[in-house]
Ligand binder design. Structure first.
Ligand code: CP3
Length: 355
């Protein structure tokens, strides 16, 4: 079933989808991880009226903040406003953002796993599907819409740690001391994520990014043995619907070779490695996304320009390059600097120059 290519024909700005599909775009496309968020005054304005949790559950407001960076920055793709942890609603797990995520009852034992609910994401997360539809209406085919989820291990780590973690003690204890339970839990999460992303695709997303934000907590051996098979299953499930998949595993560049073998359309690269080296690791037949250090946007416009131009040129050694930061934009960023970045990338990345 190929829902993707036909439905996305109408989109005006096709550069992002062209690169994802291995075609040559007119110019290097750019979007910014966490482009809808606290660095934007218009986002903070919305947040004065509603909590983050309430915002995620109000489709019309999600659409409003999803479009904010399209209008202000001129990026080539929108990303659905939501959070990777909303899937906990389908598992019957309470999470609050204070402002970092706090899980009321972390899941660490057989009994905890047995208590998880088996909710249908089309029902329990219908507000996300409604948000996708609201975003598509609000975008009116100006740019493609990226849907997303957390990768199985990253979701598991929040479930088991109960929040963000430095050393992933509980997660790793489960993995080493109770590998069967660990595997069963990852399988359940993967199952849920497959259904969840299928729902997002049916609701209209044009591409999907899978965030493995905490993959770097694992050694390559353990990532390959315990985690990779689940990621592979999720990626191939989503690709079977015909939408491109970006896989972004953060925190350990030595995982890149493994990640490149999973079969995603685009490999996300964090800022800890030179893009040129990342391209060597994954192979120059691969499409990459990244990887400017988000903190560079705190520097002066001239520095942003020099670094961005160099990165666009480095990206031309890959089969395709989606320009992005190497992690989420920092809340202290001046939106004018983000806009400057987008303009510089578009200027340097115009393919006329190469002819
Ligand atoms: O613009 C976009 O990228 C879309 C929206 C989006 C959010 N979170 C909104 C958000 C996306 C794609 C995410 C993904 C996400 N959420 C990840 C993966 C990306 C990454 O950063 O590695 C992770 C690990 C989370 C979990 C999460 N959500 C944390 C740890 C926090 C608190 C710390 C922080 O970075 O703010 C959140 C809250 C959150 N998610 C906010 C936003 C805009 C801030 C909430 C607010 O106060 O308004």
């Amino acid at each position: 079933m190929d829902l993707g290519s036909e439905l996305t024909m109408a989109i005006e700005n096709r550069a992002f989808l062209q690169v994802c599909r291995g075609e040559k775009p007119e110019r290097t496309p750019v979007w910014i991880m966490r482009q809808a968020g606290r660095y934007l005054p218009e986002y903070r304005e919305v947040r004065k009226r509603v909590s983050f949790e309430q915002l995620c559950r109000t489709p019309e407001l999600c659409a409003q903040v999803t479009v904010q960076p399209i209008d202000r920055l001129g990026v080539d793709a929108a990303i659905l406003f939501s959070d990777i942890l909303v899937v906990f609603d389908a598992l019957g797990v309470d999470v609050r953002f204070e402002p970092g995520p706090q899980v009321e009852h972390p899941v660490r034992s057989h009994a905890d796993v047995a208590r998880l609910r088996d909710g249908d994401p089309d029902v329990e997360l219908v507000y996300v599907m409604d948000a996708v539809r609201a975003c598509k209406r609000a975008l009116a085919d100006r740019v493609p819409l990226i849907g997303f989820c957390g990768a199985p291990f990253t979701i598991l780590s929040y479930l088991v740690e109960g929040g963000s973690s430095r050393d992933f003690e509980h997660t790793k204890r489960l993995m080493y001391a109770e590998p069967v339970l660990f595997g069963r839990l990852l399988e359940r999460i993967t199952e849920l994520l497959c259904k969840y992303l299928a729902g997002q695709v049916r609701a209209g997303v044009d591409a999907v990014q899978i965030f493995d934000s905490w993959a770097g907590a694992l050694s390559p051996f353990d990532y390959r043995m315990h985690v990779l098979p689940h990621v592979r299953r999720l990626v191939s499930h989503v690709r079977s619907f015909g939408v491109p998949v970006i896989l972004f595993a953060r925190g350990n560049a030595s995982l890149l070779e493994l990640v490149a073998g999973v079969g995603a359309d685009v490999i996300g690269v964090d800022w800890s490695i030179e893009l040129a080296h990342a391209i060597v690791s994954v192979g120059d037949d691969k499409i990459v996304q990244g990887n400017l250090d988000p903190a560079i946007l705190l520097g002066p416009p001239e520095l942003i320009e020099t670094r961005a131009r160099a990165l666009v040129r480095a990206g031309k050694c890959a089969r395709g390059h989606v320009f992005n930061l190497g992690h989420g934009i920092l809340p202290a960023t001046d939106p004018a600097h983000a806009r400057h970045l987008v303009e510089v990338v578009h200027d340097e990345g115009t393919y006329e120059r190469d002819r």
